[in-house]
Design a binder for this molecule. Structure first.
Ligand code: PBG
Length: 335
């Protein structure tokens, strides 16, 4: 019988050897926890489409952040889930200092100076049509939207956001935001751009949490495909990320995560900036629903998901499972 000389299994014999040869180990420092915030006090409401995640009032969100800080998580991305009466077709609340998003950043920055807050810059939480940009004559207009986003970013930086994260996919917004921040004296505010953000089906639970799905209204596009990327493309992702970096982005993001591991890998190898991956709501919900049906173990599937994102090249991972994963890391053991 022919015996193999090469036996890769030798390096899988037991946790010690596996630990020695493990190529990447995601750490808690790389995690960003997204959270949903609502008006009011003492509110914690589960999001049915996103099991394990709640919409919380600012006071209750603070409790969650304390829990996360105890586990070593330091970065948080709050998303405002805005009441209908604070939404309009122009998303006029987006730039206001009394918007839920702005109040959230101020309150959390004040309470948690040791944390870094990632403020989302896009119009959808405040738009009654659920779009990230302004809608004029049935189209999402680019340049007028960019002006509003730049104003919004400056305002959120002044509220205490250490990172502003334009998630809108308008052309040229990073450059305009950088210029506006610098003019306002916020030269140290980091821009993490959603550079390769795809028009994805995996945002469903997020839109349910924010009630921000594009409306089915005559004269308003019913999807985001005129600004978010076509899932078929990856050269375009490199181009988008390069443009954002040229315009002044500090970190570029790929979103969603797991369905786009090849894109994460390309940006990691073709660019020299940090790359973030957003393990989005639909990806997270799949784990939860599958686990609830007895199809897999949530903790194992979550750890493998995050491991895969960092193996592909993500330096930063945004995940609704950040707290659970931090607990898994803390428990240690053979993963
Ligand atoms: C919108 C925004 C979306 C997400 C983050 N910012 C949804 C969308 O583009 O419709 C999705 C995040 C997730 O699904 O977890 N600016």
């Amino acid at each position: 019988m022919n015996r193999p000389v090469q036996r890769p299994r030798r390096l899988r014999n037991g946790p010690v050897v596996r630990g020695l040869v493990r190529e990447s180990t995601p750490s808690v420092e790389q995690l960003v926890l997204p959270l949903f915030v609502v008006d009011g006090t003492g509110i914690r409401e589960p999001v049915q489409q996103l099991p394990g995640v709640e919409r919380r009032s600012i006071d209750e969100a603070s409790g969650l952040i304390e829990e996360a800080l105890d586990l070593g998580i330091r970065a948080f991305a709050p998303f405002p889930s805005v009441r209908d009466r604070d939404k309009d077709a122009e998303a006029s609340m987006a730039t206001r200092e009394d918007s839920l998003g702005a109040r959230t950043i101020r309150a959390l920055a004040d309470r948690f100076p040791e944390a870094i807050l990632v403020a989302d810059v896009a119009l959808d939480p405040y738009s009654s049509d659920g779009h990230d940009g302004l809608v004029v004559d049935g189209r999402i207009v680019n340049d007028p939207t960019v002006d509003v986003l730049a104003e919004m970013a400056v305002m959120l930086a002044e509220c205490g956001a250490g990172i502003v994260a334009p998630s809108d996919m308008m052309d040229g917004r990073v450059g305009s935001i950088r210029t506006a921040l610098d003019r306002a004296g916020s030269t140290d505010t980091i821009i993490m751009s959603y550079a390769a953000k795809y028009a994805s089906a995996f945002y469903g639970p997020f839109r349910a949490a924010l009630d921000s799905a594009p409306t089915e209204r005559p004269g308003v596009p019913s999807d985001k495909r005129s600004y978010q990327m076509d899932p078929a493309n990856s050269n375009e992702a490199v181009r988008e990320a390069r443009l954002d970096l040229e315009e002044g982005a500090d970190i570029v993001m790929v979103k969603p995560g797991l369905p786009y591991l090849d894109v994460i890998r390309r940006l990691r190898s073709e660019l020299d900036s940090p790359v973030a991956a957003y393990h989005v709501s639909g990806e997270f919900a799949m784990l939860r629903f599958a686990a609830a049906a007895g199809a897999l173990r949530y903790e194992d599937a979550l750890a493998e998901s995050i491991q895969s994102l960092t193996r592909a090249g993500a330096d930063i991972v945004l995940t609704y499972g950040a707290i659970d994963f931090a607990r898994i890391i803390r428990a240690g053991g053979d993963r």
